[in-house]
Write a protein that binds this ligand. Sequence first.
Ligand code: C2E
Ligand code: MG
Ligand code: MG
Ligand code: MG
Length: 278
Amino acid sequence: YCKLNGRNHTLFFSETMEEDYNENLILDADIRKALHNNEFELYYQPQINVITGEVIGLEALIRWVHPKKGPVSPAKFIPLAEESGVITQIGEWVIREACHQHQTWVKQGYRPIRIAVNVSAIELQRTDFAEKVKKILSETKMDPHFLEIEITENSVMQNTEECILTMNCLRRMGISLSIDDFGTGYSSFGYLKQFPINYLKIDQSFVRSALKEQSSAAIVKAMIQLAHNFGLRVVAEGVEDEDVLTLLKAEHCDFYQGYYYSKPVKAIDIENRILKAY
Ligand code: C2E
Ligand code: MG
Ligand code: MG
Ligand code: MG
């Protein structure tokens, strides 16, 4: 119990908590099976240039259809996989799958497109992380310039110095880096310039409320200006309608992602809807 509940050693267990605990144990065993049985799939969400409307990249997002429970959200199983450590294997699968998909498209004659993968703190902090990525790149023969790694703001705030070393290593390999969910974590703006990153992704909570709340609009505006002052480019997440896009355009945001353009879709849909035209 203590391990699963982290710092909370003096919890009282209600029935629902026990159920949660059992459920989590089952899920963890299932995650290991899922890797083995190929139950994971990557979906891809286009990233768009705010000015030109061009697709400039894709974010790979993991999907899992559990044989009995049906679809399980990554927001639910990724934290469990982090807790148990199996995230390392999932993460390796994600990177390999994305690189492999990229190369498949290149072989089919499509113009290469940048693919961003999400990497959790646990993966990034492993001393062999950069080495593993390098190995996958050489196995799949993917050009590292088309690979981007997204790291959440909070994960670089743990063991910041080691993370920066790894990040420098990845950059030297030609990989680009972005800070994901920016604004939700505990870092201060001052930290930003220490990180060898290319992109800042503004968290969707600010983007989605930018039209309703003055404070969110002000935060979005400040983040864009700050990122630009640091020479970073900005991706706004969670753009669901045209009015938000108009606001982002006015604030000189570079790129956006969101349901307004497309939800994350299967590789085949990217091929049919985007690569064939692009
Ligand atoms: P994230 O990396 O910040 O990904 C963005 C999430 O927002 C995705 O949810 C995406 O489907 C969703 N989204 C995109 N546009 C919109 C929009 O316009 N409106 C709304 N309401 N949502 C939008 P998803 O795929 O459920 O992933 C949730 C989180 O799970 C991700 O957040 C990421 O932190 C994690 N995750 C997903 N795939 C992976 C993975 O392969 N590895 C790791 N380590 N984490 C992953
Ligand atoms: Mg992301
Ligand atoms: Mg995000
Ligand atoms: Mg997120």
